[in-house]
Ligand binder design. Structure first.
Ligand SMILES: Nc1ncnc2c1ncn2[C@@H]1O[C@H](COP(=O)(O)OP(=O)(O)OP(=O)(O)O)[C@@H](O)[C@H]1O
Length: 716
């Protein structure tokens, strides 16, 4: 009986196939487990046939449905593993198969694929351009060095003509995988010795003593990082049911470099635009830290409970080792602070919601007849008092009100201080407090105590407030690898301004940036980054500005759909139609998300979808991955999530910016600007959740955050 294996190129498309095609795949695959090789070739339904003019004589196609074909690499050397490469529409299958060549890497002994036709076509023009290039990317490495790392003749010729990293990335999808990875590492500045150790030696099979077995089957079993070998029918079913997670195995060198650096001599920071794999890097860093010694304990934090749950699941997926998993605590900073007070001080505190907080400020304003509104006072409390840990009236009189755009005389400060005291007193009498106050107290409790953790890894760091940073700082002893911080300042949606240095965290000389987006198509990214084109954004650590320069995606797809509607009813109806069309095209409802600024808008979408028989669920109800239904979420709760198709709706001038949350410019100009920025970031976050398709809609007048000309778009 032959054996069956799947190449990673297969998984890239399998997740997106329609149900009927998937079931065709299962049926065809089960034949490989039931029939002999001779029977496979004779099977009428499978139609295992060679590909005309194929550059690789082992290429075969098989029938999946009337319209879909599988592409298979068939052994021709007496070995018995068939490798399923791809499932593609009939005509594309032959073109795809004809151009590809599978070879065994001379250094790693693994099977690799190249688009041999495209490399042949593209190398000569690249060489012509290279003749005038001032520098070439690999000029400092000799042919011998490159060959020792597994680079073969065709790739060597192409590599010699590449002048920069962007060209290498653009060429990358055509090149054999291990060879491309070697070139990426060299381009990132790793030495040939490091590349040999990290890429080649890691993959090269240990048993090199006997003469080399160059059968296809051996090459396939040597290619663990890209090929899954199926050993039983149960395993086949399991593999085809389980989503394939490339991030577990394939890290880009720029990701691997930061995640697996042996040690940082202090805190380290990783920034990058949406979808660049910051969370993936944080997870791999946890794995690295845990494996350094059997007694290391790690605290991994993120912003919301939903994200913490996702991190926990993904970490279990990555580690596959219960002992290591037991040494990690995954939680939000607020939950961690709460636990500290409960366990160390025996105090159980209940925090109020933002909404309740606003109401108390409003009451205090009225009672004390103050000339400031509740928005101003809440910001003063958050950005000055809690941020700088101001505890007394005297301290408040002297404090430098960093980041505030209004000046206050001493008498005004006293007035505000008494409002703050009244706010706190009202909370106390109701037996309540705020999340940030809990963090402040927890930091006090932890300071000077025993450290429970050896390392703290922080994801979604851009929204943490200085009080939250203080708890994290106090949770781990200052020293090598104390904090590993990932975040994106362009996704700051809670207006937390922080100077990490001021809370005792320095990342100087230990900051890196990720630039390749793995989530969204270049078209979605281009549109989304335009939203942020003309605004200045502060760095994560508070030292200088952040930039999206060099941020790019290698994926391609359709352009975002934008359109305005005369009223909300028409908009909601159009969105229901959009979801219905996607589902009809085979996109599972759970891969579609509709998000809006307000829950009220989502209620209307929910009603419309359910009236049309389209299942819908709220993200806030935390539906499991197996629950069917279009996901409905507010823009805030889209943070950190991703979906194949996303509609951002209600993007009109009343919602974005939402006037109630904007400090008037005459009250505090800087606060006004940062209130506006935070709402612009919200639209950026929502738009960058989409992997393949993005729709942005509004009714009435479009939001001023949308790029000029948006209002002329029509919904076709
Ligand atoms: N090396 C990789 N190979 C394949 N997929 C990857 C890789 N790195 C990241 N991804 C995928 O890219 C997507 C985005 O990754 P991740 O969520 O880690 O990005 P992020 O930078 O944290 O995003 P955001 O800031 O928008 O929340 C995920 O689907 C992840 O699985």
């Amino acid at each position: 009986m032959p054996q069956l294996a799947f190449a990673n190129s297969f998984w890239e498309t399998y997740d997106q196939l329609e149900k009927q095609v998937r079931s065709g795949v299962r049926k065809a695959m089960s034949k490989f487990q039931q029939l002999s090789i001779a029977e496979l070739y004779a099977d009428k339904g499978l139609h295992l046939e060679s590909v005309d003019k194929a550059r690789d004589a082992r290429m075969r196609t098989i029938r999946i449905t009337d319209f879909w074909r599988g592409v298979v690499l068939a052994p021709d050397d007496g070995s018995d593993i068939f490798l399923l490469l791809n499932v593609v529409p009939h005509d594309d299958a032959y073109t795809w198969a004809a151009k590809r060549l599978y070879t065994v890497n001379t250094a790693t002994r693994a099977l690799e694929v190249r688009n041999v036709v495209a490399i042949e076509q593209l190398t000569p023009p690249l060489e012509q351009a290279a003749a005038n290039a001032p520098v070439l990317l690999f000029e400092k490495h000799s042919d011998t060095v490159l060959r020792d790392l597994g680079i073969d003749d065709q790739v060597l010729r192409a590599a010699r003509a590449i002048s920069d990293r962007a060209q290498l990335e653009a060429f990358g999808s055509l090149l054999p995988e291990d060879q491309f990875e070697v070139l990426q590492y060299l381009a990132e500045g790793f030495s040939p010795e490091e590349v040999y150790r990290d890429v080649v030696a890691e993959r090269r099979p240990a048993d090199q003593s006997s003469e080399v077995d160059d059968s296809l089957a051996r090459a396939i079993t040597n290619t663990r990082t890209r090929i899954t070998l199926v050993t039983s029918p149960d395993e086949l079913a399991e593999i085809l049911d389980k989503p394939f997670a490339a991030w577990r195995v394939f890290l880009h060198p720029s990701q691997r470099r930061v995640a697996y650096r042996v040690s940082y001599n202090g805190s380290a920071q990783v920034t990058g635009g949406p979808g660049t794999g910051k969370t993936v890097v944080a997870l791999h860093r946890v794995k690295h830290l845990l494996s350094r010694s059997p007694d290391r304990r790690v605290l991994l934090t993120t912003y919301t409970n939903a994200l913490a749950r996702a991190l926990r699941e993904n970490l279990a997926f990555l580690l596959d080792d219960d002992e290591q998993l037991a040494r990690v605590q995954v939680t939000t900073v607020d939950a961690f602070a709460n636990r500290v007070l409960r366990e160390h001080a025996g105090r159980v505190l209940s925090p109020i919601s933002d909404n309740d907080g606003r109401q108390i400020w409003r009451r205090v304003c009225r009672q004390q007849n103050l000339p400031w509104n509740e928005q101003f006072l809440a910001s003063e409390f958050r950005h000055v008092v809690l941020a700088q840990d101001v505890r007394t009236h005297d301290e408040y009189l002297k404090v430098e009100r960093r980041g505030r755009g209004s000046s206050l005389r001493a008498a005004q400060r006293s007035q505000i201080w008494s409002a703050i005291e009244a706010f706190k007193a009202e909370l106390r009498s109701a037996g309540k407090t705020t999340h940030l106050q809990i963090c402040g107290e927890a930091a006090d409790v932890l300071a000077g105590g025993e450290h429970q953790y050896d390392h703290v890894v922080v994801d979604e760091a851009q929204d943490l407030h200085p009080a939250q940073w203080r708890v994290l700082r106090a949770a781990v002893k200052a020293g090598p690898d104390d904090l590993f911080i990932t975040g994106d300042p362009h996704q700051r949606i809670y207006d937390s301004r922080v100077s990490l240095r001021a809370v005792g965290i320095s990342v100087t000389g230990r900051s890196s940036r990720l630039r390749i987006n793995y989530r969204s198509t270049a078209e979605i990214l281009a549109w989304s980054t335009r939203l942020m084109a003309d605004v200045a954004v502060d760095e994560l650590s508070g030292d200088g500005g952040d930039t999206l320069v060099g941020y790019r995606s290698l994926l391609h797809g359709g352009k975002p759909r934008l359109a305005g509607f005369p009223n909300e009813q028409a908009e909601v109806a159009a969105i229901a139609g959009w979801a219905r069309d996607l589902i009809a095209q085979g996109v599972p409802a759970a891969d579609i998300a509709v998000c809006a600024r307000f829950n009220l808008t989502l209620d209307k979408v929910f009603d419309q979808l359910t009236a049309e028989g389209i299942p819908a669920v709220r993200v806030r109800d935390q539906p499991g991955a197996d629950v069917d239904g279009v996901r409905l979420a507010t823009m805030h709760s889209m943070k950190g999530l991703e979906f194949r198709c996303v509609a951002v709706i209600g993007v009109n001038e009343k919602a974005l910016p939402f006037a109630k949350e904007i400090t008037p410019p005459d009250v505090d100009l800087r606060q006004y600007e940062s209130d506006l920025l935070k709402q612009r970031c919200l639209l950026f976050v929502a738009s960058t959740r989409a992997r393949e398709a993005l729709a942005v809609t509004w009714s009435g007048t479009a939001s001023p955050f949308l790029p000029a000309g948006a209002e002329r778009q029509v919904w076709d």
